[in-house]
Design a protein around this ligand. Structure first.
Ligand SMILES: *[C@@H]1O[C@H](CO)[C@@H](O)[C@H](O)[C@H]1NC(C)=O
Ligand SMILES: *[C@@H]1O[C@H](CO)[C@@H](O)[C@H](O)[C@H]1NC(C)=O
Ligand SMILES: *[C@@H]1O[C@H](CO)[C@@H](O)[C@H](O)[C@H]1NC(C)=O
Ligand SMILES: *[C@@H]1O[C@H](CO)[C@@H](O)[C@H](O)[C@H]1NC(C)=O
Ligand SMILES: *[C@@H]1O[C@H](CO)[C@@H](O)[C@H](O)[C@H]1NC(C)=O
Length: 420
């Protein structure tokens, strides 16, 4: 609000006056310059530079004023001629503005123009703290959304405030619906004009801060260059015989014949067709009944109505028709045989187990017989081995066992004795 308070006060201070006295030496042919040059703010971002007429101008002088503005950012020096004792200009606020004016008798070649009188408007706050990258979009002729970034030298907790004014508003308004997202400030304010109005007034925007350190910045925005239509809604797609009808809701805010539409039609992944429409519907004849069609729409502005090149976002997509998509193919070609194979294996394993449970393996009579006779065979074999050599060996082995037993017992008795 500090900036607004300052804006409301006229600034009578004459900051700098360059008075070229050299001219007076040339005699009465040089006009005296205007006096009391000063400026005052009209609303937020507009300045009224005022001055008084020079004294002692002869009555046959057709007095005019020439003025120009010099800024660092915009060093153009285009003089404007006018009879009024004031000139209204945009204020920049974030850079020094130098205003100069001189008087002249038009169509009088015998009188020299006066020297320049100048005054400058110095920026407030710290360099590099002004908001940057201000950009505004006028959504659907309903509300303006402006975004900006903080200046490099601004502290991270700077609370920028946006004020706006346009011809027709009595006082500047403060934008209150603001938010910050990832360092980007945004403020949204309602902006509507009666439908009959086609020449929208310029919107003055001031971004400032309560603190003295933050440098304010002004911008003038031409609404017609910022229009963005709303996303078409209620998209419906219907089919009659071999024709598809696509419809969507008509805009309620735009005058008739100021919008046209772009319809995108996808048939499969590759076939994309773009259809332009002047109305809120299109009919597409000669369609393939075995294809799936997907549609989306966006609104565009007619250049006869607006100077904006912004189009709406794409609407939601709507589809019609049947087509096996890639997942169906996957299921059909890969998944189903795979499932069949796996389940077959599982079934086989399960069946085998089931067989074991229900029908335990029948004992083979041959095995039983074999086992019986096998044992007998072994006996006969061992008896067959009963030759004298074997008998001798057995005796030796038996003797060895005996001796082992003997030594063991003797040792054990010995150890028992020792333990005692
Ligand atoms: C600028 O100031 C002059 C002198 O006070 C006044 O006559 C004129 O109407 C003002 N211009 C505007 C646009 O307010
Ligand atoms: C204007 O003329 C009057 C009377 O001739 C004179 O007193 C006054 O000094 C003049 N003013 C200027 C600025 O030349
Ligand atoms: C920030 O402040 C420094 C020191 O005052 C200055 O040199 C620099 O240019 C400023 N940054 C910007 C973006 O103006
Ligand atoms: C911005 O606003 C917040 C909350 O109101 C406050 O805490 C903070 O100090 C303000 N920042 C500045 C630079 O004034
Ligand atoms: C602020 O803006 C958002 C986004 O457009 C909107 O949803 C919300 O209703 C607005 N709030 C106020 C208080 O206007």
């Amino acid at each position: 609000m500090a900036a607004l308070a300052a804006a409301a006060l006229p600034c009578p201070l004459l900051l700098a006056v360059s008075w070229a006295l050299a001219g007076t030496a040339a005699g009465e042919k040089i006009l005296p310059p205007p006096s009391n040059l000063s400026y005052s703010f009209i609303h937020i971002c507009t300045l009224n530079w005022t001055w008084n007429p020079p004294e002692n101008v002869s009555s046959n002088c057709n007095l005019w004023y020439s003025s120009n503005i010099l800024t660092k950012g915009d060093p153009k020096d285009i003089s404007t001629w006018h009879k009024d004792q004031f000139r209204v200009t945009d204020a920049h606020l974030n850079e020094e503005m130098l205003f100069r004016v001189r008087s002249e008798c038009r169509n009088d070649t015998t009188t020299e123009p006066s020297p320049w009188v100048e005054t400058s408007l110095l920026p407030k706050g710290i360099l590099g703290t002004a908001a940057v990258d201000l950009s505004c979009v006028w959504h659907n002729l309903e509300y303006m959304a402006c975004t900006w970034r903080p200046g490099q030298n601004a502290s991270s907790d700077t609370n920028y405030t946006l004020f706006y004014w346009f011809d027709g508003l009595e006082n500047p308004k403060k934008c209150s619906n603001s938010s910050v997202d990832q360092g980007i400030f945004e403020c949204i304010f309602n902006l509507t004009f009666p439908k009959v109005i086609r020449d929208y007034p310029a919107i003055s925007i001031l971004i400032s801060d309560d603190s003295e350190e933050i440098r304010p910045v002004c911008a003038s925005k031409n609404p017609t260059t910022l229009v963005k239509p709303a996303t078409p809604r209620q998209l419906t797609v219907s089919k009659t015989d071999d024709t598809i009808n696509v419809k969507w809701s008509e805009s309620e805010t735009f005058p008739k014949n100021c919008l046209h539409y772009e319809v995108k039609c996808y048939n499969g992944d590759l076939d994309i067709q773009v259809i332009e429409s002047e109305t809120n519907s299109v009919s597409i004849p000669g369609i393939d009944p075995n294809s799936k069609y997907t549609f989306k729409v966006r609104a565009k502005l007619k250049t006869v109505c607006y100077d904006s090149h912004l189009h709406s976002d794409w609407s939601e997509e709507k589809s019609i028709g049947e087509k096996r998509d890639s997942t169906t193919y996957f299921v059909l070609i890969i998944a189903i045989p795979l499932i069949v194979a796996v389940s077959t294996v599982i079934l086989l394993v399960y069946l085998k187990r089931l067989k074991i449970l229900i029908l335990p393996p029948i004992p083979d009579p041959r095995e039983i017989l074999k086992r019986m006779f096998g044992e007998q065979n072994e006996d006969s074999q061992s008896s067959a081995k009963d030759d004298p050599m074997n008998a001798f060996d057995r005796v030796i082995i038996e003797e060895e066992i005996h001796s082992l037993v003997l030594t063991e017992t003797s040792e054990s008795t010995n150890s028992e004795k020792e333990n005692r």
